[in-house]
Design a protein around this ligand. Sequence first.
Ligand code: SF4
Ligand code: ZN
Length: 732
Amino acid sequence: MSKIIASAAIRGANRLYREAGEMLEKAIAGKGEEHRFEFVDTAFHLPMIYAMTGFPVKTLGDMRTALGFAKDLLHEEPSRHVWKPYLGEALDSGMATLFAEEILLALKTDAGLEPYKDPETGFVYNGFITDTIQRNLGIQLVDGTMPGFAAIIGAAPDEDTAVKIVRELQEKNILTFLSGNVKGESVTKQLLRKGVELGWDTRIVPLGPETEHTLYALDWAIRASLIFGAKKPGDYKAHLKYQKDRVFAFAMVLGELDDIIWTTGAGAINMGFPAVADTDVPVVHPSGVCIYEEVDKEFDHTKIVQKAIEVRGLKIVVEKPPIPVAYGAAFEGERIRKEDMFIEFGGQRTPAFEWVRMREMDEVEDGKIEIIGENWKELYEKGGKMPFGLIIDVAGRKMHKDFEAVIERKIHHNINEGQGLWHMGQRDLNWVRISKAAKAAGITLEHLGVIMTTMMRHRFRSILDKVQVSIYTGEKEVLGLMEEARKAYAERDSRLGSMVDESVDLFYSCLLCQSFAPSHVCIITAERLGLCGAYNWLDARAAYEIDPTGGNQPVPKGQLLDARYGRYTGVDEYLKKSTGGAVETLNLYTIMENPMTSCGCFECIVAIVPEANGVMVVQRGHQGMTPAGMKFSTLAGSVGGGMQTPGFMGIGRNFITSKKFLAGDGGIKRIVWMTKNLKESLKSAFEARAAEVGAPGLLDKIADETVAEDSEKLLEFLADVEHPALGMDPMI
Ligand code: SF4
Ligand code: ZN
């Protein structure tokens, strides 16, 4: 490593260590050593310090101890005459910097200075990234819809360049964090002035205006190995290796570098994250096992994204339909407000539906797009609203009628990924908007068809040979066809309802999360969806048909060993092999003995409440306390990482109303507490299920956070309403 870089990294670390120390002593003088601190919604204290050293910082006094660890890593700046390899010193300094920055940001948060609000513009930066967001995005990390992260530090030479760079990252579906500034100018400000929508929905997340704020991105990265990788706090080698192997992050440094940027960069290099600068920096090439450059440069801003991707070794395949707007998963979360809207379809404003129909091969003309309706062109040009019947006819040798629903669900993503296109709902409750900007860029009604033919063939390439799209715009026709579509939906639903674990020969595995949680496998049965909620049995089967060597594999059920607990020889054999022996046996229908493992991206957690002889269910993101005595974030910390934890389990939301939910433990009658959010969102399905098990009115007997957040109040409530769990067999 060059002497210039090493010296800068060492100087920067010393400075940050001093600053953190001064601020800390002031805080202790004011609030005392015992003053407690925690970042919002995390179970991992100060995550970087916790992962690297195993030391949980809970108070200001603890910060003093932790700052001592940073001190041990500091070095003196190399003198002018000495030439020796500085890599070790620089990397140590980088780590000391991350500790010091984490303490600084914690102190600022405690003092109410974070997340930072820009006094000029009123813009509020994201600040610390919560565990909830980490888990929400888990699935996108593993299924390839989010191939990596970029941290952009500094400012582009001008606004247009800033926009071009982030748009290119968006089109490649990369999540981008922004931090730092060059003499007060920053990419965040440049984008704000250009009216670019910032935030998680568009995958451009401004963390804060200083270089130090980059630490929030590293804090988020390090939690991947804690949450999904189940690496032990303190096992720093394991964490760093995990980061390097599995977290595809890189930094892009725009504008002049200073000591703080170099030292933060040295911290990131420890984690295997390289940096590409647009200035004339000394290039640091790989040494030892490292296969890519650690620091590189690219002066041409039209090439810098590609360069960074190559340096980090990312493989990105993006399929884009031929339409006149940008396209990619990063545009999925974009909203279109009424003022920005050119035209809308459905959403209770006009009759609308969407329907995927399986057809015979000779009934479908591949690539054909037809728009049917009087004066549809003029009506579209006028804007406002229009009826919309979208029928997608598909055919293929490996197509199966059951896949219609799977394919139909992709309409949502297909449309939303277009910049300036928006979709919500499904079936006959769909709602589509096209923005004024997209219209100005040349989007027509045909393009919606083009998106469908291109993306359906791409996403389902091995089951679909032909895709044809018809769009109806006449009110009468749409209403007529909608009746036909409704019949088809109803047939589908009744067929799905009859599909139970006993009636299928195969279950499916989902191995996607193994890239983050190596010993976790989801077993997806006809009545139990994956714990992230994104894959049910049909999805898994379709995914297997599409890619027989992919992340969803058939699992022959084998012999049923235990009908009550749901134990099958085939499942056990499969798990033994696919988890490298970590899981030997699994019971599908109980939480008490060898339950399903969790990776970390579960939608909900079920946890036993022994005093109440039942279980509670809390969904990801719920911030309050639960009767288990832990918040969601803490509970989640004890469930993830591919371990079987009797009494605790991560599940997909819709599993709650399945007949197989804790069937061996007494089913839904065991639920004594559930968040209001879950009670409301599952209401109709839950009530139907409760009636089936002879417990109508069960939902009202289940406590929620408005009634009890501790077990004492919970027990009072349960006794009052005579909850059935109180009279059931003891759980333990
Ligand atoms: Fe991960 Fe399971 Fe979802 Fe697959 S189904 S993506 S393994 S959580
Ligand atoms: Zn997962």
